[in-house]
Every structure is written in C-alpha cells, then in structure tokens.
Design a binder for this molecule. Structure first.
Ligand code: URA
Length: 275
C-alpha cells in the first residue's frame, strides 16, 4: 500500500508495530527526558586507519558558492545533466535521478543509486525501498518533502550492480555540490555502499550503523563538518524483516531526531502529560 493512501497516524502505528517499540515510544513521548544530544566525536569519525579500497566520492574540485539553495540546486541539476562524465556516457538508464526535496532541508538521506522504479520515474526512493523510507521519515514526525533525498550515482547501473570506482569519481562530485547547496544539519546514509562511498571507509554497515560519523566538506567551501548517521538500507530492512533490524534502524533514527531536536510524534491514544 502506498503511503499517500494511508494517514500519517496509520503509518506511525504500523511502524511502531513493526519495530515492536510501541510501548517504549509512547512512554518516551510522555515521561522520559529527551535523549542526550549526541556530539559527533572526532574519535569515532575515523573508523579506518588504512586507506579505503572502496570508491570514494571525491571532493577536491568543489568550490564555495553563496547562491540560494533552490537556484543552486537547479543549476547543479542542469549542469549534471549536460556534463556529468558518467551519466552523459552511460546508456543503461531511462531517466536521470538527480534528487528531490526541500532545498533548505535540515535532514538529507543519501542512497547508492536509482533502482528500477526510480529509473522509470526519475525520482529517488519511490519503489518498495522508498515506501519503507517514507515510513521511516513519517515515524520521525517529518514529511518526506521536508527532507532532501539523493543518491551517490544519478543513473541506474546496468542490472542494478554496485557503482564502479570511476562512476563514483565522475558522478560523486555532484552529490558533494548538492550537500554544499543544502547544508543539512545531519545526513543519514542508507546502507553500506552509500556509507562507504560518502565517508571513504571500508568498514561495513553492521559496525558503522548507529555511530555518528562526520562528513568533511572540501577545503574552501566554508561549510562546517556535517554529522552523518549510517543506517541500514530500507531494502535490507525489507529483506531482513526481523524485530532486531527494525529496532536498530529506529534507534539510529532516534539519534538523528535528538541531534535535530525533533520530539517523537505523539501517537494517537497517548495519555496527555500531567500538568
Ligand atoms: N536504492 C537506492 O539506493 N536509491 C534509490 O533511489 C532507490 C533504491
């Protein structure tokens, strides 16, 4: 069932049931003090000491730009479509999937590359994984359109294979430009591949998820480092539909909510706090 055919309350209730945390969340909404705001620590920001062997999104050729985010994103999208060294030569895709959402979003989600449905519609995360992502966003008390959603690669790799190093080297800088235009307060990387590519680490998602990382902007961009929360890819959540995985994702999202000062949404039926 697609999200727009369900009310937010239904989506929230479904998510609570799925992760088995209904009681905990209700209790937290009523009584518990807010989670302490996690301060991304430099010690945790460098999970690997050795140079990563995975493709890394390069940052070197990006420069500062003071333009308004909306106009800036439109310009980046047009330039990407005309000149991305990967996407203008790749031929397996139908549509480019640049990304979408609020140009001034406080929260940005970054995935790996468009899938089959995304390729057909030209929009990120609109297939089954996208429906799961929509549920995750709604459970945080946000609307999809309040966030910004993008991928490292803007065109679907043939047969849905993982992005190759030269593809990431060619297309990745446009993601960096998107981040610099939006300047979100936090980024959630979805899955191991996006996490490795954005952060330049070899460490797997099982060890990275739930641990605050830091994305370091290119020199000269006048952008502060941005906290990054890696979590499981929604497609993995769908494939590995265990209570443990769902609770882990919810725990990761709760950390992001605390970082952004977002209160858990009050569920229908939650008793009013005593005055
Ligand atoms: N998986 C991704 O990583 N990105 C999409 O846009 C869809 C599925």
């Amino acid at each position: 069932m697609s999200m727009h055919r369900r009310t937010v309350a239904q989506v929230l209730a479904a998510f609570d049931r799925e992760i088995g945390l209904e009681v905990t969340v209700r209790a937290a909404a009523v009584a518990a003090p807010p989670d302490p705001v996690p301060v991304p620590s430099p010690a945790r920001a460098a999970p690997t000491a050795t140079p990563p062997s995975v493709p890394r999104v390069p940052v070197a050729r990006v420069t500062a730009d003071p333009g308004a985010p909306e106009a800036r994103l439109a310009e980046i999208e047009a330039r990407h479509a005309a000149a991305c060294p990967h996407c203008t030569t790749a031929s397996a895709h139908t549509h480019l999937v640049f990304g979408e959402g609020a140009p001034d979003a406080r929260l940005m989600f970054v995935g790996e590359a468009p899938g089959e449905v995304e390729d057909r519609l030209g929009r990120p995360f609109v297939g089954p994984a996208g429906e799961k992502l929509d549920e995750m966003i709604a459970a945080m008390g946000l609307r999809r359109e309040d966030t910004y959603i993008a991928n490292v690669l803007k065109s679907r790799p043939p047969g849905n294979r993982e992005p190759l190093p030269d593809e990431v080297a060619a297309c990745g800088p446009f993601l960096v430009e998107q981040i610099l235009a939006i300047r979100p307060k936090a980024i959630v990387t979805l899955g191991g591949s996006a996490t490795k590519m954005l952060l330049g680490t070899d460490t797997g998602i099982t060890r990275m998820r739930g641990q605050w990382q830091r994305w370091t902007p290119p020199e000269g961009s006048e952008c502060a480092p941005i906290p990054v929360m890696p979590t499981y890819h929604p497609a993995f959540v769908l494939r590995t539909y265990t209570k443990e995985v769902r609770a882990q994702v919810w725990s990761d999202l709760r950390q992001v909510m605390a970082e952004l000062g977002i209160e858990p949404p009050v569920r229908p039926g939650t008793p009013a706090p005593r005055s």
